[in-house]
Design a protein around this ligand. Structure first.
Ligand SMILES: [Zn+2]
Length: 203
């Protein structure tokens, strides 16, 4: 196999500093979201973070130390509406952190066999297959993908997602992962509609 750019992604190991950077971005996002009143009752939003048990697999063991999902809760009695703003660390309810979902999917596209992917990344083959189906299917109907496709000419190759996006976003391995997570952040939560405005300009 030729040493393509995509294949090089399996040499990346995401270190503590990378997740510290993402945590700083998430903190800026939750601070912005907290400035708005509760959508249901107009009451004040207070921090109501909750614990998660993120997995990083073999390529991002450091991720497992960053388990707090930043969240907000309405302070008004009887409402207590919860708003979980977008995140550049967590990709929805998946137990693996977002950067690992992207990175391992890129490795799975580049490496010939499922067993080699599992050996390199520590992520079970059925999980990586599910992720690749998501990138090719439901992901292509999301607002971030539609926005990105409109900006990138020619449009990224849908059969090679997410690698085709990483290549187009540019930068070295870890910075293009962070950039892509910033694009994906709005789809990391269902409880914060139009959350993309909290993410704009945070990087
Ligand atoms: Zn409220």
């Amino acid at each position: 196999m030729p040493e393509t750019e995509a294949f090089m992604f399996d040499r990346i190991e995401l270190q503590r500093e990378f997740f510290e950077r993402l945590t700083t971005i998430d903190a800026a996002i939750v601070d912005r979201a907290a400035k708005e009143p509760c959508r249901d009752c107009g009451g004040p939003l207070h921090r109501g973070d909750y614990p998660r048990k993120p997995r990083g697999g073999l390529l991002a063991v450091a991720a497992e130390a960053f388990g707090r999902r930043f969240s907000l809760c309405c302070g008004r009695e009887g409402c207590r509406h919860r708003v979980t703003p977008p995140s550049v660390r967590f990709l929805g309810r998946r137990v693996y952190v977002g950067a690992v979902v992207i990175l391992v999917s890129a490795v799975a596209l580049a490496v010939a066999t499922a067993s080699a992917v599992t050996r390199t990344t520590g992520v079970p083959a059925r999980t990586t297959r599910r992720w690749l189906r998501w990138w090719r299917g439901p992901f292509t109907t999301t607002a971030p993908f539609v926005d990105l496709s409109a900006r990138l000419v020619p449009a990224p190759d849908r059969r090679r997602l997410p690698t085709s996006l990483l290549e187009r976003l540019g930068g070295d391995g870890t910075s293009c992962l962070a950039k892509l997570m910033t694009w994906l952040a709005p789809i990391t939560t269902m409880s914060c509609p139009d959350g993309s405005r909290f993410v704009r300009g945070v990087m």
